[in-house]
Design a protein around this ligand. Sequence first.
Ligand code: FMN
Length: 183
Amino acid sequence: MNPVKLVVYVGSLREKSFNKMLARAMKENAPEGVEVTIGDFSQLPFYNGDLEAAFPAEAKRLKDEIRAADGVAIVTPEYNRSVPGYLKNMIDWTSRPYGDSAWDNKPVILLGASTGNIGTAVAQAHLRQMMVYLAARVVGQPEFYMGQAKSKFSDDGVLTDEETKKHLVEMMSKLAAEIRARA
Ligand SMILES: Cc1cc2nc3c(=O)[nH]c(=O)nc-3n(C[C@H](O)[C@H](O)[C@H](O)COP(=O)(O)O)c2cc1C
């Protein structure tokens, strides 16, 4: 059986980001038959409709990367009860030009880590709304909300919480099962 290729996009630029740590934990704990790559969209310009005529090579590369993946995981912090602008910018570019979105029919899982208590629940609700609009196939269950992120990782950024590890594997396994069922 071919491996399921999963690309992970992280909504934080911060070097010591808990969400980056979570993405690395996904790679380290990928279930059998799932290949995890952590994508990079830090070189994207700010979305500007004037740039669409000469579509930026980096935005095209990202769209190709999303299309080539069997599934996408978005791992994001919550900023002011929504999605960081950095991540929204990436979604906006990869949805353009109108009618040529990279998200159409794409299997997606949503995850997030927060230092607060509600574990990015509101940001993910906004993200789910965007993904539904873009006709992506968001896996509804299980959900993944990490609160109190500081207590879940070692000082060198390794996920130490065993329950969370199990839950991560469950998220990736469910996505892989849905992809395989619809292949
Ligand atoms: C501008 C800003 C807004 C924030 N708003 C929220 C919020 O609405 N909800 C929340 O749980 N945490 C919020 N936080 C705290 C983040 O959860 C915390 O900074 C987290 O570590 C960011 O993710 P990262 O470690 O992956 O960079 C906010 C942080 C920043 C910088």
